[in-house]
Design a protein around this ligand. Structure first.
Ligand code: AMP
Length: 284
């Protein structure tokens, strides 16, 4: 059994611990999460451990990135389980601030990022990326890590965070981690806990449709054909509504102007299965 994980809940305690490690010359890694941890999160901790002597994980279910009709109240929470998993993965510290610590009375700042945060989830979830960008900026300035690790599972979020770190001159290296999947291809996600047994059987169709789309692009099908076929496959499998199933430029998330991609490709999809919204993406 690993030793229980130290937990800090205030910016002051966090900074004191980081300062102590820094004074010994240690590099610091940060893995921000919303808890309800799974192997995907733990793979981020492992990646961070390869790049920093000390790894801090944050668990904060950030209210400002949930829309009014989204699952903030229902979002799974369980700090004791999360702390045990993090300790087992070799994490050194859990930062679990309260909402009041993050957003004290009078809090009035929002980080808005244009361009890369606008399409896809930005269109489907108004305000979501402003909430993400604001909380991640705070986590990065509170912790001041050398490196911070984010999953490609949330590919658009990763690009948004790279953009904000560059634009705000944050002295941190943003590292993207590959998506951890169940053996049947379903991307691991805290929200998979919402899936009924029947929906769980259907859910891998999302990844399968994305893989199929990559193959069709390679065969020379047009972007439009590939997107239509992908949406139809999801509808047949029982998904709906489908927020998007799109072929985009992997760096800018812009659409390609011609019928076929002429730059790096990322395929991204988001769709509802029952009451659960699933997202996934793969390289083209
Ligand atoms: P969340 O707790 O869902 O906000 O996710 C916290 C971090 O874990 C984000 O950087 C996510 O992209 C990442 N993450 C979530 N699921 C996975 C996964 N299946 N594989 C890799 N990273 C993931």
């Amino acid at each position: 059994m690993p030793a229980p994980l130290p937990v800090v809940r205030t910016v002051a305690e966090l900074r004191a611990q980081v300062a102590a490690w820094r004074s010994s010359g240690e590099r610091i890694g940060l893995v921000p999460t919303m808890g309800a941890l799974h192997e995907g999160h733990l793979s981020l901790v492992e990646l961070a451990r390869g790049q920093a002597a000390r790894v801090i994980a944050s668990v904060f279910v950030n209210p400002t990135q949930f829309g009014p009709n989204e699952d903030f109240d229902a979002y799974p929470r369980g700090e004791a389980r999360d702390a045990a998993l993090l300790a087992g993965a070799g994490c050194d510290l859990l930062y679990a601030p309260t909402a009041d610590e993050m957003y004290p009375q009078g809090f009035a700042t929002t980080i808005n990022i244009s361009g890369v945060s606008e399409p896809l989830d930005g269109a489907a979830r108004p305000g979501h990326f402003a909430g993400v960008a604001t909380v991640v900026t705070k986590l990065l300035t509170q912790t001041a890590p050398d490196v911070a690790v984010f999953g490609e599972k949330d590919y658009q979020q990763l690009l948004v965070i790279r953009r904000l770190a560059r634009d705000l001159d944050l002295p941190v290296e943003i590292v993207g981690a590959p998506t951890a999947r169940a053996p049947d291809g379903l991307a691991l996600s805290s929200r998979n806990a919402y899936l009924s047994a029947a929906a769980r059987e259907v859910a891998p169709a999302l990844h399968a449709a994305l893989r199929d789309a990559v193959a069709r692009l390679a065969e020379g099908k047009t972007v439009e054909q590939v997107e239509l076929t992908g949406r139809a496959a999801l509808e047949r499998a029982g998904f709906g509504p489908i927020d998007y199933f799109e072929v985009r430029n992997a760096e800018t998330l812009r659409r390609f102007e011609g019928a076929r991609p002429d730059g790096p490709v990322r395929l991204l999809a988001a769709a509802r299965l029952g009451r659960t919204r699933l997202i996934d993406n793969i390289a083209g």
